[in-house]
Design a protein. Structure first.
Length: 268
């Protein structure tokens, strides 16, 4: 384990790591699931894709959790595959129906903002924990590696007033990614923004909740902390990636690192 005195930096995923995306055991009710399903239904009905128009909330949730890549196109394509609209669960950009994916992505992004504004909230203790890291001197060594679009990140930063600690140059969002998680690109780019030497990788915390994100961080050589806001400990034990630490709360992480209790001064 690490002590806070050894930590050189920290990189956070957004959804279900910093931002509460909805009920843990009900992926059909996650905020992204709501806007994605509405967009899928609208586009499917517009183009007469009857089977896709019948995609249920439960199928939509499962389409995300079982998609090969952790991305919006990946979830949409997997839903199309589950309903027999496309022949393979591997995205084929040359397939004639791939144009529908792009249309659904655009519509989903239009619908998601109002949902996030109304129902979005920080994960318990996350904002306080980020501030505590800053109080230990990590003010320029915090970054974000997420498949969320920048608009959603900005809404979160406005909601939490954390923009000072996550400036633009240290945010790796969907728009900067060409290889979605589980590829290492997002965490690798985020690590590079910290300006740290390669020797600091094992002393840089990577906070994730999703198996594909955990694998992405593992490939980057970071110290992986799996937050169980979405997946439970028993689920994580079954993963091909073994995190360095599994936590049910940010208080557990604080204890593991030997940090002061939340809300107390470092010098106290």
């Amino acid at each position: 384990m690490l002590n806070i005195s050894e930590v050189r930096g920290a990189i956070f995923d957004l959804d279900d790591t910093l931002l509460d995306n909805g009920p843990v055991n009900h992926p059909e009710l996650w905020l992204h699931s709501r806007s994605r399903l509405a967009a899928i239904h609208q586009v499917a009905e517009r183009h007469g894709l009857t089977r896709l128009a019948d995609l249920t909330p439960e199928e939509n949730g499962r389409a995300f959790t079982t998609a090969k890549v952790h991305s919006l196109p990946g979830a949409i394509w997997n839903g199309m595959y589950m309903k027999g609209v496309v022949p393979s669960d591997t995205i084929d950009v040359d397939h004639p129906y791939y144009s529908y994916v792009a249309e659904i992505v655009a519509r989903k992004n239009e619908l998601h903002g109002p949902i996030l504004r109304e129902f979005g909230a920080p994960e318990p203790g996350s904002v306080e924990f980020v501030h505590d890291l800053a109080s230990y001197g990590l003010t320029e060594e915090l970054a974000m590696a997420t498949m969320a679009v920048r608009r959603d990140i900005d809404l979160y930063l406005d909601m939490t007033r954390l923009g000072r600690l996550f400036p633009d140059e240290r945010i790796v969002s969907n728009e900067k990614i060409t290889e979605p998680k589980p590829a290492p690109q997002s965490f690798e780019l985020a690590f590079q923004t910290l300006g740290l030497p390669d020797s600091a990788r094992r002393y840089t915390l990577a906070f994730e909740d999703d198996p594909r994100g955990l694998l992405s961080a593992k490939k980057t050589g970071l110290f992986i902390i799996a937050m169980t806001f979405r997946y439970k400990r028993d689920d994580i034990r079954l993963l091909e990636v073994e995190p360095d630490y599994v936590a049910d709360s940010y208080d557990e992480v604080r204890d593991m690192l030997g940090m002061n209790p939340a809300g107390t001064s470092v010098s106290a």
